[in-house]
Every structure is written in C-alpha cells, then in structure tokens.
Design a protein around this ligand. Sequence first.
Ligand SMILES: *Cc1c(COP(=O)(O)O)cnc(C)c1O
Length: 389
Amino acid sequence: MDIFSQVVQPSQIDVPSNAVADPIFQTSVYAFHSVKQVDAILTGLETGYTYTRGKNPNVEALGQLMARLEGAEGAVVTASGTASVLAALLALSPEPASIYLAREIYGGTVGLCRRVLEPLGYRVQWVDGHDPGACDAVFANGPGVLVVESLSNPLGRVSPLDTLIPTAHARGIKVLVDNTFATPFHVTPFKWGADVVVHSATKFIGGHSDVVLGVIVGSEQITHAAQDIVDMAGFTPDPFAAWLALRGARTLALRMERQSDNAFKLARALETCSAISAVYYPGLPSHPDYEIAQKLFVRGFGAIVSMRLRQGFDAVERMVQRLQWVRMVPSLGDVTTTVSHPVVASHRELSREERAWVGIDEGVVRISVGIESIEDIIADFRQALEAIS
Ligand SMILES: *Cc1c(COP(=O)(O)O)cnc(C)c1O
C-alpha cells in the first residue's frame, strides 16, 4: 500500500473487554460487513451501535447510573442541562400548551421558555410553588407542564413536592422537576410523583467544572420520546463528556456528604457575621422551608449557602476581591468552594420586578461549598467579611 493509503488504515488492535475503566468510544460511527446488519440495527431487530447522534456506550453508561440513582426506568443524556430541559418539555408536551414556571426557577430555564418556546406558541406563566392553593387557580388556565426545582437557586427554597405535584396532576398538568441542586443524594422526586427529572450534570453530577452535560430521567415511555427528540434535534452529548461525568459521578455520594456537611457548618458560622443581614440554608431553623426540607431531604440539605450583604453590591464586590482563595465562578457544584452573584449571572434573564418577587437583589451572594477543610473555608469568608464591615 502507498503511504497515502497506509496512514488511514484502521488500527488492528483487539479492543480488550476486561479494562477496569470504561474505554471511551470516541467514534461518530461504526463499520459493518453487511448491509442487512445495518438495516437490522436501524429497524431495532438487532441491538448495536451505528451512529453516535443516537446511541453511544459511554452515554448509555451515564444514563444507566442516573436512572438507578433517581429510581426510574430510563435516562437520556444530552449535550447540556438546558438541552435536557427543552427535550423533556417537548417530550411531555409535543404541542404548544401552558408552561407553569415555579417562581424560583433557574434564569436560563426562564430564557429558554420565553425566547424559544413562547414564539412556538407555548404560554409561559409564573406560579408560586409554595402556595399550592394559589397554583391551583393558575393551573385552571389549561393543561401543560409545571417546571419546578426541588431545591432552588440561590435562596435554597424547597418546593413542597408532596402537595404541589398532586395539585398539578389533579388539573392534568405534568410535572418536570429540576433536581440539579439537591441531587439524588438528598432528594428523589419520583418518590413524590414527578413525571420527569432533569439535571444539569455540569454541576454536582460531574462535580469538577470540566464538562457541560444534561440528563433526563423518567419512565420508559417518556425517556423513549425524549431520546427520539435528542436524536432528531441533535442534542447529543460528546462521548468523552459522558465519560468524564460518569467518572465524576463515582464520587457523588462522598462529595455531597462532605459538601453538605461543610455547607451546614459554614451557614451557621456566617449567621454570626455582622456584615450579613440574612443567611439562606434550608437546614437552618431560620429558613422559611426548614419544615418541608426535613420531610423531603435525606442525608443533609445540599452544598449551596447564600447570604445577603447589608451594604449591597459594593460590599459584594469588595468581599469577592478580598477572598484569598475562594474564586468567583458563575457556576456551581465543583469540589472547590466558589462564589457567584445571581443578579449578574444565573438570574440576569429576570427583570428587576421579577427578581424582587423571587427575593434576590444585588446584595445576594451564592456560595457553592466544596470539599476543603471547613476551617479553611470559614477563615477565608471571615477575613473577607471582616474587612468590609
Ligand atoms: C446550570 C443549570 C441548568 C442549565 O444547565 P447547563 O448544563 O448549563 O445547560 C439548569 N437548571 C439548573 C438548576 C442549573 O443550575
């Protein structure tokens, strides 16, 4: 063979099947000896892989783990958490209907509903998920999907899934629960009747800020519909991203155990700082959802602590600059402690009035608590806050 042909020949290695870690199937497509075999796989008569937009072993491995953790029949992995929210909404409501957004929903989800779904004919309406009676009145506007987060960003509001989901179902409304912040370590929404659970695996599932990925979890029927949308719309993740997220997910339980323990301790320490007017953590008796959190959460209350600084934006800017090693990062869920400013980052999609309704202003700082020693975490915030008070 000529060198021009030699260089493109397939490698001759036997792929070992006893590798301890999953091999990465970084291939877009597979080769076949027979046309009939391709036809059999594509019609579903034979199992196998043909093209990675639809199916890939690394992606399936992550999906299987997520289905087990959430206690559901199946899962679909997508290229981002946002793609998961969109594919799940389209699977639940293929035709334009009402989308009821719980007040504290992630700003990106609000943007997706307003800028992508509303122009297609979906009607987006706000509800106060903490008041199922008031929700019921709004739900009378017609069938559709309620989008709610088990644990909200940034104020740690806990949705009363035990009463809210039956209220929605009684009106024929499906319920999508975004479980990104709580993770299945703390909350399993299917226990309370959720129709679909979604995750931004970019956050705690991956856990290392090195991948953008999403997961949809649910019944075989709903994940089948979502998988079809992911394949047809091309919301497919990269195999290496799925591999990285699965590797990260191996330590999910250990990380969450440590991070939620650290978060609780940090929340209590911050309560004594004079520069702070409020600390938001659902494990604290002062939190408005303390009671419901006791009912829905197991093994702690998550890794996110927020606080409001008395002197608003200027104090936030000074604190961020004085933190010695805690970095300002407009995301969350890493093994290291980070801070973010919701008004500037996660909630920029909301108007000033909407933010006031949610309870966020420029003095609010969100902390994603990491696995470091709690003494070091408290010390960095203490010195930064003492410098501004
Ligand atoms: C980050 C986030 C999303 C969006 O996920 P991406 O992976 O960034 O697309 C959705 N919901 C919540 C609660 C999030 O924090």
